[in-house]
Design a protein around this ligand. Sequence first.
Ligand SMILES: [Zn+2]
Length: 183
Amino acid sequence: MRITAKDIVMEPSEVLRQKAAEVELPLSRKDRQILLDLITYVRNSRDEEYREKYNIKASVGIAAPQIGVSKKMLAVSIKDDEDSVEFALVNPKIVSNSTQKAYLENGESCLSVSPDVEGIVPRYAKVTVRAYNLLTDRVENIRLTGYPAIVMQHEIDHLYGLLYHDHINKKDPWAPIPGAIVI
Ligand SMILES: [Zn+2]
């Protein structure tokens, strides 16, 4: 299935607030196709012509609940000057994290949230994620820092019914976080 704008579930849809179900491994044919559709969506969304044709926003990640599937699967694809990483993960779990925090200077955004909610979204500076990665067909321990670490935490949040703006300090959205790395 080609995921297009009409398939993206928007806040305040209930499915975005549910805890997603664990996925059975090895992947069923259906789950495997969903995950491939997710990674294909993120890859294609880098292309401006494609975005215009299907009326979609540029993205670096998407989680299954965002297309209405409450299962623990997500896709991340980042290709820029500094980072080049790609994952299609099943049952990802943060197994360790730094005490140091990090955040994106300009805040975060989400395919399922419109308009953007402004403010600092505190994240861990480093995380290790354990998951089955369809792109390598292995269970991996994935160590991430910097921008990819933030994207991964944003996507994993979707599997637990959380949205990025849940983390924003409502009284003072741009209040600095002592010791945090600004990305
Ligand atoms: Zn999101």
